[in-house]
Design a protein around this ligand. Structure first.
Ligand code: HEM
Length: 151
């Protein structure tokens, strides 16, 4: 099977809604704050990524420009997570995201793994009974699909 099981998907959809939805869903600011944290972590782990975000004002990660970028990413991930049980839709979304990143020089597959691993490490603090195995089983194929054509 290419994607994760429905049971795992169910756990991930629930975890995601606790981390980025229900409550914070109503509040774009908190989604941006949470998402920005993961980008700050990513840029610490892989400093080369910083230059990729110069167009979105990475010099001030609390600027509206960087916030809007973070929101685009989290919204893209939200689409993926909520399509985990609809394989044809998931395929469409991930291949569109793959296209959007394939044309940006310097973007590497390993950066996606780092970003998603950062979430896996943080979610136990904000999600009840976080199922890390379900997260890994569901998000690994998503990352693989988005980064298929990246170095
Ligand atoms: C699964 C995780 C990710 C999702 C869902 C995602 C989603 C998106 C979306 C929706 C856009 C806007 C595309 C557009 O409007 O044309 C974008 C732009 C971009 N993404 Fe990602 N992204 C992810 C991870 C990453 C990672 C790990 C990197 C590199 C470290 C990255 C680098 C970029 C860059 C450089 C842009 C263009 C920024 C600009 O506007 O100048 N993304 N991403």
């Amino acid at each position: 099977r290419m994607w994760c099981s429905r049971t795992d998907a169910n756990d991930v959809i629930f975890a995601w809604s606790q981390a980025f939805g229900a409550g914070s869903n109503q509040d774009t600011g908190s989604v941006i704050r949470g998402g920005t944290g993961f980008f700050i972590r990513l840029m610490q782990e892989a400093p080369a990524t910083r230059a990729l975000f110069s167009r979105v004002n990475v010099d001030d990660v609390h600027s509206p420009e960087f916030g809007a970028h973070v929101l685009r990413v989290i919204t893209g991930l939200d689409l993926c997570v909520n399509a985990l049980q609809d394989y044809p839709v998931l395929k469409e979304i991930t291949s569109h995201l793959a296209e959007q990143h394939a044309r940006i020089p310097g973007v590497k597959a390993e950066y996606f793994e780092m970003l998603l691993n950062g979430m896996g490490r943080a979610f136990p603090m904000v999600v009840d009974k976080f199922n890390i195995d379900a997260w890994t089983d569901c998000m690994t194929p998503v990352v693989r699909a988005i980064t298929a054509r990246l170095p």
